[in-house]
Design a binder for this molecule. Sequence first.
Ligand code: AMO
Length: 436
Amino acid sequence: MKNRILIRELQSKLGETVIVAGWLHRLRDLSKFGFAILRDRTGLVQVVLTAEQLEALRGLQVETVLKVTGEVVKKQSKDPNANEVEIQATSIEVLAPVRDVVPVEINKEEVDVQLDTLLDNRVVTLRNPKQRAIFRVQAALVHGFRQYMEAQGFTEIFFPVLAGAASEGGAEFFRVEYYGREATLTQSAQLYKQITMGVYEGVYGVSYSFRAEKFATSRHLTEFNQLEFEVGFADFDEVLDYSEGAIRQMLKTVEEECKPELELLGVELPPLGDRFPRIKLKDALQAYKDEAGIDETHEPDLSPAAEKWISREWGPKHHNCGFVIVTDYPTSKRPFYALRDPADPTNTITFDLIGFGSEIISGGMRVNKYDDQLQAIKDKGLDPAQFEDYLMMHKYGIPPEGGWGLGLQRLTQNILGLDNIKEATIFPRDVQRLRP
Ligand code: AMO
């Protein structure tokens, strides 16, 4: 809209006549005069209405789309230091009327409804400033990821979503009818990012991952995004360094780009310490036993409770850091492409990065020799014929390499302290939900 000013910019327009546009967030009717609170993508502003203007707005529902022309004036306030502005309206135009009462109240600080109601009404609940803020933070995380990867000189890849075979093994994949034969939705970009190691040496991308999860949990979606990364000619420590570097940049970008959003959400980002602690799985389980008194030392993985403890208590206490890198997972728990430890084939050179509550990254070094990969596929009970294209890269030479995948919605959930991952997913899909 020509000459439109964003609400965020009004502060510098004191005394000027401006045009603003947005949604009628609230109407405060004081009978002889009143205020309209207008909302745009940058915030809220109070519009002072005359008796006639108020009368004209009385019949309108909240969320009516308005164009307001008026003078920017200093807002009357009891606090002499308050520096807010408001608009003295000279004209108000309805750009789009609202047909029905909004089904849930979205103009309070919180949308005070159950999660399912929040999501059923996503079309409008997303307009609440706190809901909106969550996905601004998410966008900044991705922005930071791209900034970091570009600064390393790596190449962004756009991975396919339809594939002929499942990429992570297991049964958690969706089948799709594809011109009379069966295709799957990719569980990750794993096979494709590895294939590009024969060319680009360092790649990254934002992928769509689909998992036919059997149960709804507070940390699992059936569709989510992974920030994918793969690098050649690098050793394990370098792969870990890249994961730490990316997260540091991502949180820095959030701080730079999303100050108002963090303030609105009342969130302080997790501590990052000097270096993310790196600990072997067996030592992490031992610490959990020694310090938290819970013995899971016989387990091949960290339980959700152990993940929470190590990243929210152990990491902050010992390293002033909410991110903990756990390494050395057993071969039985890792996929067919995980490189085995030459000193102990029951162990893999892999890691999970536990980020302030739960696992957010999984990764490690990969098998890069043809015979080893063929054997590993067979050892996992998979059919090598399904992996013909993938094995072609091993046949024709890829460097020693490693990488990782970061669950975007998990990271958003954890740094913002949201109870359920669906709150960190703009249009979540889970076992029950396929709308809106
Ligand atoms: P993995 O299966 O561990 O590894 O997934 C990587 C990261 O993605 C997130 N994640 C999920 N988020 C929401 N809902 C789910 N159902 C879900 N499942 C996983 C987590 C997890 O850490 N190819 C490997 C990565 C690699 O080795 O490069 C992979 O997909 O944050």
